[in-house]
Ligand binder design. Structure first.
Ligand SMILES: [Zn+2]
Length: 125
């Protein structure tokens, strides 16, 4: 299981913060539970965090397949109520998952894109 290159330290005070594949992360022994959620540990700052932290799957009571289905419906343009009916999920849950996925996408966009056109939430206009 050597997929740790996809993860990075989430501690903003850590010198390895945000660096993927830096070799500073390891899986905390004994942290793999029945649902295959691991705890990761940064060797630089000693912080521990769930591999799901910052994603819509973090602390979700829904099965991951259900969360993915909700987000696929939203991505296809279904409304919150419509998605809730189709996936048999409370509309408040659909709204919460959408907000988390939006924040996650926003952060990923900022990491991957060199420049972005200004918009209403931009700090620079
Ligand atoms: Zn760290």
């Amino acid at each position: 299981m050597d997929d740790l290159a996809r993860f990075c330290c989430l501690n903003s005070q850590c010198p390895e913060h945000g660096k993927r594949g830096a070799g500073n992360l390891s899986v905390v022994a004994g942290s793999v539970n029945k649902k295959a959620r691991r705890m990761l540990r940064c060797q630089a700052c000693k912080a521990r965090f769930s591999e799901r932290k910052g994603t819509p799957l973090f602390d979700s009571r829904l099965p991951s397949g259900k969360v993915e289905s909700v987000l696929e419906h939203i991505a296809e343009g279904c409304g919150v109520r419509q998605t809730g009916r189709l996936c048999k999920v409370d509309r408040g849950t659909v709204g919460r998952l959408s907000r988390i996925a939006g924040d996650h996408s926003h952060d990923l966009h900022d990491e991957l894109v060199a420049i972005s056109p200004p918009h209403a939430r931009s700090p620079i206009r």
